[in-house]
Design a binder for this molecule. Structure first.
Ligand code: SF4
Ligand code: SF4
Length: 370
């Protein structure tokens, strides 16, 4: 499908994507986490762009971050220090995992870009005070954007932005749900490229492309070949080869609990409420990652329900090496799946040291076993 190729091309040509956005006189604000309040950045007239590591060798970042920080954080710092992100006009760091918070300190001290903001969102999300605090923080962030760029963000700007993000999220949800209903109509690597591409590309372009992909997938029949249905859980998945390995072993990707997947696009923002309250409510309601807290069982129940909803034959935990929050959560999530008899596998990846051959063998063995 030619529309899908556009997403793949964007992911391999970040400077080109940035240049096209700049040609529209838009400033680019980077971020590393799906808790970044992108709707506000967009409402301020900027382009919010999720940053991924270019996976280059770590040389400059070595002087700032220990080898036991996750490869995403080290890789993005390397990209920044080596000038590969010089198209950025600013960056926003939501309060999330320790690694991102330390990266934020280093980033601020290096001061390479004009705008910098820490958005200290609450860590515990299911209380009344968290709701009040979340709205306050978003209000402050809005003021910071206005002060830095001398542009008042109106309710109309926010409403337009909310509509745009709702539209993109709704279409991505449709694509996922079509894949779960007719598994195999789209390759896992293509699905991943569509989501990740939507995080970096110009939003108007994304909003133009997604409905055609949905329409094409709707027309497709259920593939004859039935694979073992696999759900992936973890922080981000920046290794498309994992999807290829699942498919080569006779599996089919049907859903995820990933920051580069459903955790980014799930949940709509209510359009008939005060915009900042509505944005806050979505952030409070969406499924948490382990850097946030809701209840002692929220993530366990979520992974079981995700597996059930997608009729998963197995769940693959895909963790980035040295990702403490997800590693700490893994034993408890595994226990939830084990209790329900849902087979699962843990694999670890590293952006700079991919050993796809070994991972493929483990995935193949797992899929043959389930
Ligand atoms: S896993 Fe959580 S902390 Fe890490 S990038 Fe995703 S949302 Fe942010
Ligand atoms: S992979 Fe883990 S440690 Fe790294 S930024 Fe994401 S949540 Fe934080």
């Amino acid at each position: 499908m030619k529309e899908i190729n556009i997403f793949h091309d964007a992911l391999t040509d970040l400077p080109g994507v940035a240049a096209r956005i700049k040609a529209k006189q838009k400033k680019i604000i980077g971020h590393l986490c799906s808790y970044a309040p992108e709707e506000l950045i967009y409402a301020a007239g900027f382009h919010p762009m999720r940053l991924f590591s270019s996976k280059s060798d770590i040389v400059l970042a070595e002087q700032h971050l220990q080898a036991y920080c996750c490869s995403l954080v080290r890789g993005v710092l390397e990209d920044s220090l080596s000038g590969r992100l010089d198209f950025l006009d600013g960056t926003v760091f939501p309060h999330t995992c320790d690694s991102i918070q330390r990266l934020s300190d280093i980033w601020r001290m290096n001061g390479r870009y004009n705008f910098f903001a820490d958005v200290v969102l609450p860590a515990k999300l299911n209380t009344q005070s968290a709701r009040t605090y979340m709205i306050d923080i978003l209000t402050r962030f809005k003021k910071d954007l206005e002060a830095a760029f001398g542009h008042k963000i109106t309710n109309e700007d926010l409403e337009k932005s909310i509509k745009m993000f709702n539209f993109i999220r709704k279409n991505l949800s449709k694509i996922y749900s079509l894949q779960s209903k007719k598994p195999g109509i789209i390759k896992g690597a293509d699905l991943s490229a569509i989501v990740k591409g939507s995080m970096i590309m110009d939003k108007d372009e994304v909003a133009d492309l997604l409905p055609s992909i949905v329409a094409n997938l709707e027309k497709m029949d259920m593939p004859e070949k039935k694979g073992k249905r696999i759900v992936i859980s973890g922080s981000i998945c920046d290794s498309p080869q994992i999807y290829d390995a699942i498919e080569a072993a006779g599996g089919v990707f049907v859903g995820d609990d990933l920051c580069t997947g459903q955790r980014w696009f799930e949940g709509q923002i209510t359009e008939d409420k005060a915009p900042l309250t509505a944005i806050a409510e979505r952030l409070l309601a969406r499924m948490i990652c382990p850097a946030k807290h809701m209840t002692m069982v929220a993530r366990g129940e979520n992974i079981v329900s995700l597996a059930r909803k997608n009729k998963a034959d197995g769940v693959i935990f895909m963790l980035l090496k040295f990702c403490d929050p997800h590693s700490f959560d893994y034993p408890y999530l595994k226990e939830f799946l084990d209790k329900e008899g849902i087979k699962n596998l843990l694999i670890e990846t590293d952006d700079q040291q991919q050993n796809i051959g070994q991972l493929s063998t483990r995935i193949e063995t797992f899929i043959h076993m389930i």
